[in-house]
Design a binder for this molecule. Structure first.
Ligand SMILES: [Zn+2]
Length: 280
């Protein structure tokens, strides 16, 4: 049976419309996946000098050896050629974070500097890796972060045990080397999870591999992510003060056992949480 041209046209139009809807669905699916896949870690480049070892560099930047090997596709940690540029993921270079450098003068105290720049003594010690607040070396340059980059606190009120740190790791579910954008804390289901800092809830509910997740937006372009929750106790748009309970720990989403996935992003890129909160 032959169809008349208008019918044929209608048929073509119908097929095109179906194709357009299909494409639209694909684009939507891709768009919802992109924030997860496109998250890049901050990092900086380190040029290998004579005497450098991967262990030494990892120790210097407080990242794992695995993370350096993974980021630079190096198979053996023993072979490091001088002059090679290594990407150190997770390290926030001081030029990329709002803040100022200050050269210590005689008579400077950490308390005076903290008061003047509206940051805590603790965060100055943490960011600069200072062992003691009282022993300040004259002429040493310290980094004073913008107050937005400080004030993050641990999301759990139990002794913190890290089961998986930030950086490259062998993914237990995907069975390949993947970048872990957060830090995993061991916690049984049903424990209270607290806002790391004051802010506004921008996501609350199921989100892909994160399972039940809460995302809080903070001043200065920061967000904190709390994944695999068993229940969510906040709503999108809600203003949250520091230390408010936002949900209960769990095992939802892509997870092999109960834990809390905690992530900090700055300008949409993940950063090393241990640069922001003190983890024993
Ligand atoms: Zn995790």
């Amino acid at each position: 049976m032959t169809r008349c041209p208008p019918c044929r046209n209608r048929g073509t139009r119908w097929r095109l419309a179906r194709l357009a809807v299909y494409l639209l669905i694909c684009i939507c699916l891709l768009a919802t996946e992109t924030p997860l896949a496109a998250t890049q870690p901050w990092g900086l480049w380190h040029r290998v000098r004579r005497g450098d070892t991967v262990w030494g560099i990892a120790n210097q930047y407080k990242v794992s050896v695995q993370s350096i090997l993974g980021a630079n596709q190096i198979r053996s940690a023993r072979r490091l050629s001088i002059g090679k540029k290594l990407f150190i993921p997770g390290v926030v270079p001081s030029q990329q974070i709002d803040g100022t450098l200050h050269r210590i003068k005689r008579g400077d105290t950490l308390w005076d500097l903290a008061r003047k720049h509206h940051v805590s003594v603790n965060s100055l010690m943490h960011v600069n890796n200072l062992e003691s607040a009282t022993k300040l070396q004259v002429n040493r340059t310290i980094f004073i972060p913008n107050s937005d980059a400080t004030g993050f606190t641990a999301p759990l009120r139990i002794p913190l045990t890290v089961t998986s740190s930030y950086g490259y790791r062998w993914h237990p579910i995907h069975k390949k080397r993947k970048f872990h954008h957060g830090i995993d804390f061991r916690v049984r289901p049903g424990f209270r999870v607290y806002a790391s800092k004051a802010g506004k809830v921008v996501r609350a509910g199921w989100y892909g591999g994160y399972g039940n997740v809460v995302v809080i937006e903070h001043a200065g372009g920061y967000t904190t992510w709390y994944g695999h929750l068993s229940s969510v106790r906040v709503k999108v748009g809600q203003k949250i003060r520091l230390g408010r309970v936002i949900g209960l720990s769990g095992n939802s989403g892509s997870s092999t056992g109960p834990h809390l996935h905690f992530e900090i992003r700055w300008k949409r890129k993940s950063v090393h949480p241990t640069h922001y909160i003190r983890i024993p």
